[in-house]
Design a protein around this ligand. Sequence first.
Ligand code: SF4
Ligand code: SF4
Length: 249
Amino acid sequence: MSKWVLKGLETGVKTTVYPEKTETASGVTQGRPERLELLKDKRSVVNICPTGAFKINKNIYEIDLTRCIHCLRCLRSPEFPPAGWTGDYEWAFSVSEKTMKGPFSHCLHIRVVDGGACRACLCEISQTGAPYYNIHRLGFFITPTPRAADVLMVAGPVTDHMRFPLKEAYEAMPEPRAVVAVGTCALSGGIFGRSFASSGGVSEILPVDIAIPGCPPPPLAIIHGLLILTGRRPSLSVIDKPESRRKDK
Ligand code: SF4
Ligand code: SF4
């Protein structure tokens, strides 16, 4: 314990400067593909995307971030000029009109549910509580019980066995409640897709309010999603925003 106190006194505060300032430290994001004009030589990277995340609209290629699995083929393929790539981390966007602004927005409790994730998204979620990201300073807390939760955060495509427990957790939460889907699997099924064993995304089961793309999204993107929900940061711009996948059930 005393070692940590001494280290703190010696090195100062090491927590990220986000959201007060833009975080520029290396390694906080792997970046993401971005929409760009089609390359002049027409040898576009569109066809090498394994998940069909690119869509051509006139002479613009657009990215459906809910499908991107961050395989980096569009960036590193030796055969094609690279796609546009941005080094930001504010990837989250709102799917519904719901926000949790107001006096309690700085005290939000989050119940995390593993809907059949490969574990990487869950690791990134757990990183948000580490000293560097420290979501507690922003008023976000992980809770083990849905009865005390304002937000249901779900990673994974929602496997068949998790459909019922996920619904039960949602129904146990008091109103107002919000659903945050974390990772490409939770948004579209990702690499698991839709099958007898997989739902193809959280919106198949519950109404999603905030979508956080990425495979996996970095901790700052997850924090961005929570800040959108509490009205403290804007959503990803409409230009980059993929089609809404919300379903009210
Ligand atoms: S990183 Fe991979 S999945 Fe994402 S857009 Fe590029 S090729 Fe497609
Ligand atoms: S989105 Fe990617 S990292 Fe997250 S659970 Fe799915 S495969 Fe794993």
